[in-house]
Design a protein around this ligand. Structure first.
Ligand code: EPU
Length: 336
């Protein structure tokens, strides 16, 4: 069934009040193919909506929103060392994480509490605390919008990078991810090297971690700095951490000895949160929006912000970071 004039406020974690002219909720590949083949809908602009957690809506959508609600989690294969878990793209990512932890499938515990749905995870190669989706990815299936055909993609087909994949670049707007298969470990291989996790495990009095306790540590850390979208609209990190030539980092370091930098291949990744904080934005309220008091990289909606207002704030932040450091920030969120 196609719904008309739907408010998208409940469907984006910024809580922005944009309207969709038409909306189709699809809970199977067949239903999705039917919508794609519908001649009456062919002329409409199509917009694919997952969990709406990485989305800044600056205007209404004068077209067809396809809401991906493909459900289901199953074990599709097993070897002595691995479980292969296939999940519908419409499953809430954290629900998949909790399901895996409850069943002893290891590898995504560090990715606990990342907002959004499973379909978005490969789209932007989600990552946190030293783990990225690509580390546990096996394959995905996606429906080609033009033909309705289902195609399979391996990890190399996806061309994963830092918050990047082929679906944000070459194949942008061409495929709808329908399911994702992860290759998870029977024997956990903990990645607790990220300082904050070690500290939190110590604070919890845990000397030998389990996937459950690592997940709990990650949840505690995230909850201590990142605002809950149900309480304060936001989309996690608004910008990417910029990667610059190491020579540029060294020049910056000469002027700003405390500037954080992390090796990224032969380049250096800077902490966007630090750059933004140095420019005085952290905790600053600008009208109905602002940079979060506990994590400068997160922009928030204090209740009645519009997407345009948040976009304008992001432009101001980008230009002040450029003026102060000569570094261009890039948005992580998708702006519509
Ligand atoms: N920092 C500041 N001030 C701030 C925030 C950060 O100075 O207000 C500096 C500190 O030096 C801190 C460093 O930035 O040590 C890194 O901060 P943090 O550990 O909070 O991580 P992040 O680089 O800001 C990235 C991801 C997050 C992910 C965390 C943890 C990006 C764009 N963001 O944030 O992912 O949860 O690491 O691994 O890569 C997201 O993508 O939406 C997201 C939340």
């Amino acid at each position: 069934m196609i719904e008309q004039n739907v408010s998208l406020k409940p469907y984006n974690t910024f809580g922005l009040n944009a309207q969709a002219k038409l909306m189709a909720r699809v809970n199977s590949v067949a239903a999705l193919q039917e919508v794609l083949a519908d001649v009456k809908l062919k002329k409409e602009e199509r917009f694919i909506l997952g969990g709406g957690s990485n989305l800044l809506l600056t205007k209404d959508i004068d077209g067809l929103v396809i809401k991906n609600e493909l459900a289901g989690i199953e074990v599709v294969n097993e070897t002595p060392e691995h479980f292969f878990i296939k999940s519908g793209a419409g499953v809430v990512w954290h629900e998949l994480v909790l399901h895996c932890i409850a069943n002893g499938y290891a590898g995504i515990e560090n990715l606990s509490l990342i907002p959004g749905n499973v379909g978005a995870a490969p789209m932007q190669n989600i990552g946190a605390y030293g783990v990225e989706l690509k580390d546990v990815f096996h394959s995905l299936e996606a429906v080609e919008m033009a033909t309705g055909n289902v195609e399979s993609f391996s990890a190399s087909d996806c061309e994963f990078g830092y918050r990047e994949s082929v679906f944000k670049r070459k194949l942008k707007g061409q495929f709808i991810i329908s399911s994702v298969t992860l290759k998870l470990n029977k024997k956990p291989n903990f990645n607790t090297s990220y300082g904050a996790i070690e500290e939190e495990l110590q604070r919890l009095g845990i000397s030998s971690p389990s996937i459950k306790t690592v997940s709990q540590a990650v949840i505690n850390i995230r909850q201590s700095k990142l605002p809950d979208p149900k309480v304060l609209g936001n989309s996690g990190s608004f910008f990417k951490n910029p990667v610059v030539p190491t020579s540029q980092y060294e020049e910056l370091q000469a002027k700003h000895p405390n500037i954080p930098g992390y090796p990224a291949g032969d380049e250096t990744k800077l902490a966007a949160g630090w750059l933004i904080e140095q420019c005085g934005w952290k905790g600053k309220v600008v009208g109905n929006t602002g940079s979060h008091a506990k994590q400068a990289l997160v922009l928030v909606n204090y209740g009645n912000a519009t997407g345009v207002e948040i976009f304008k704030l992001s432009e101001q932040i980008m230009s002040s970071v450029y003026d102060a450091f000569g570094v261009r920030l890039e948005r992580e969120v998708n702006v519509y």
